[in-house]
Structure formats: C-alpha cells, structure tokens
Design a protein around this ligand. Structure first.
Ligand code: CP
Ligand code: NVA
Length: 314
C-alpha cells in the first residue's frame, strides 16, 4: 500500500457515507496527484476499471479513463445506453461477473438503486458516476476546486440556483460535511429531496453548515461567495424540456444576479446550455471556474480510485 492509505469504505456511492475527514483525505490525495501527475504514474499499475454507462458523458468518461491510464491502469468501457443494467441479466449477476475480471467499477445509471445493487453484490469497489439521485464525484470536484480558490471552504456561502436534482443533492451533502453554508433556490415544486435535506441538516449541526431552501433568486444570491447552476432538465427528463424552460426562466444565472454576490465565483457541472440556465457572459466571465472544475474531475477521481483500490489484490 502506498503512503496515501485507504478510505474506510468499499464503495463511493454517496457523500452522505463519508466523514469530513474522508473528504479531506480525498482532497489531500487529489492535490498531491495533481502536483505530481507525471511522477506518480504507477500507483494503480495493472489494475482494471470497468465503466458501465446508461447515459451520455464527456467529462466523467474521459476523466475516469485518463485517470486510470495516468496511474498505470486500464479502463474498459461498456456503453449501456440502449438498455438499462439488469435488462439482459440481473444486476447482481452482472456484479458477480465483473468482480472476477476487474478491480473496480464506475457506473452511471438512471436508478440509484442500480449502483447500490451492484455494490452490494460484488467484493470490488463501486463508484457512482451519476444516478438520477446523486452525483458525488462532481460535488467532490466542485468543493476541491473551491478549496484551491479559497483555502478553507468553512463558513463561506455557496448558492445553488435551478433544479433540486442529483448535482444539487450531492452539493448539499458536501457542504454539510465541510461546514460550508449552502442556499438552494428552486422554482416551487422543484426543491431537493426531503431525505437529503434532513440528513444534511443533521450533518450540518456537527460541521457548522447552514442550509437554506428558498424560491427567490435575488435573495439567494445576495452577498454569496459562489453561484452554482445546472441544466433545468436532466438526462432522462427530455420530455420536460419545454415545460421547464418556461417555469425556470426567472432562475437564469445572468450578470444581474452575479452583481448581487460578494464577487462570487460561477460554477456549473457542465454540460451547460448557454442562454438557458446561464448566460454566455457569466459562463465566459472572469469569475467563472467551470473549466477548472472539469480539470479537477480528473485529479479527484484519481484520488477516489486510489483510496478505494490501494493495497487491494495483487
Ligand atoms: N459533469 C459531468 O458529469 O459531465 P458528463 O455528463 O459529461 O460526464
Ligand atoms: N443534472 C445533470 C447533470 C449532468 C452532469 C443530469 O443528470 O443530466
């Protein structure tokens, strides 16, 4: 095992399962892997990653694949966009096959239950590469990038504007673990999941993080340190695109909203729809850190893979 150690979990399915210390361990590892990218090139020599994706991807697919190559390992991609996992054979049987061939699995699925079932039925680590419910690797990369920008994220405020979706849920969990205050502002009826809110409230009491849920964008952006948005209709909600475009119009992150912040950073998980949830001016503005976040997906996911696979097997 390398000096990087190991996370005390088999899988990474949700930030809810991590402690604040686990998150800091991921961040410290990511920082070192980033600083010594060329040098630390054999940490996962000979290891194999299976990538099973039911949905499109640019960033997640590339960064997991390149991340394995960077550390001397290899990734195999299974395009599952034509059929859900479990349609040809039971998810638990897929899991039992995969564990015989590879050392780790990253899965992007519609149903969150599918990644949980994969994880429960194999002995190797399973990483959530996005489900309808959560996007943990994204939120960890978002907060890692904020630590690079701010030093400490504790006591700062992040405002999320838009749909209370998978990305939003994982940001709420990450903020609660790290002591960051978070304001979530959605149209009525599109608020985040109640279970996520309740769990984050409890975790937030320990870390000192405040969670506010509201429907008024200007109030939500007043004096905040960063504004985050995501697409109004996520993958799988294509038939709601038009309806949501009308309902979410007032929630576009534009120059006027950004002017209310405390020189706030602009964040987006990408892909972005310019002219919808964000204006091009904000997306390309000097406070936009969207491509820094995309860059850090690589380093943070390398850290996650290393800390899950470190010392496992041969
Ligand atoms: N942000 C993100 O997960 O991007 P992809 O959907 O392109 O992987
Ligand atoms: N909420 C978006 C995130 C894409 C990375 C979706 O699920 O489509």
């Amino acid at each position: 095992m390398t000096k990087f150690g190991k996370l005390p979990h088999k899988d990474l399915l949700s930030i809810a399962q991590l402690s604040g210390d686990d998150v800091q361990q991921i961040f410290a590892t990511a920082a070192e892997l980033k600083a010594k990218r060329a040098e630390l090139n054999d940490l996962l020599a000979g290891k194999k990653l299976a990538m099973i994706f039911e949905k499109d991807s640019l960033r997640t697919r590339f960064t997991f694949d390149i991340g394995m190559q960077d550390m001397g390992g290899h990734a195999v991609f299974l395009d599952h966009r034509d059929a859900r996992i479990g349609s040809r054979e039971a998810v638990r049987d897929v899991a039992r096959n995969l564990e015989r061939w590879v050392d780790c699995v990253v899965a992007r699925t519609f149903k969150h239950r599918a990644v949980v079932e994969l994880a429960e039925n194999c002995s190797i680590p399973v990483i959530n590469g996005l489900t309808d419910y959560l996007h943990p690797c994204q939120a960890l990369s978002d907060f890692f990038t904020l630590t690079e920008k701010w030093g400490d994220v504790k006591g700062k405020r992040l405002t999320y504007i838009g749909d209370g979706n998978n990305t939003c849920h994982s940001l709420i969990y990450a903020a609660a673990k790290l002591g960051t205050n978070i304001t979530v502002c959605t149209p009525e009826g599109y608020e985040p999941n109640a279970k996520v809110i309740n769990q984050a409230m409890i975790a937030g009491q320990e870390s000192g993080s405040e969670l506010r849920i509201m429907n008024e964008p200007k109030e939500a952006c007043e004096g905040t340190n960063a504004v985050y948005t995501d697409v109004w209709a996520s993958m799988g909600q294509e038939d709601e695109v038009e309806e949501r475009a009308g309902l979410f119009r007032e929630y576009q992150v534009d120059e006027e909203l950004m002017a209310l912040t405390d020189n706030g950073l602009f964040m987006h998980c990408l892909p972005a729809h310019r002219g919808h949830e964000v204006t091009s001016g904000v997306m390309d503005g000097e406070n936009s850190i969207v491509f820094d976040i995309a860059e850090n997906r690589l380093h943070v996911q390398k850290a996650i893979m290393l800390l899950l696979m470190n010392g496992e097997g041969s």
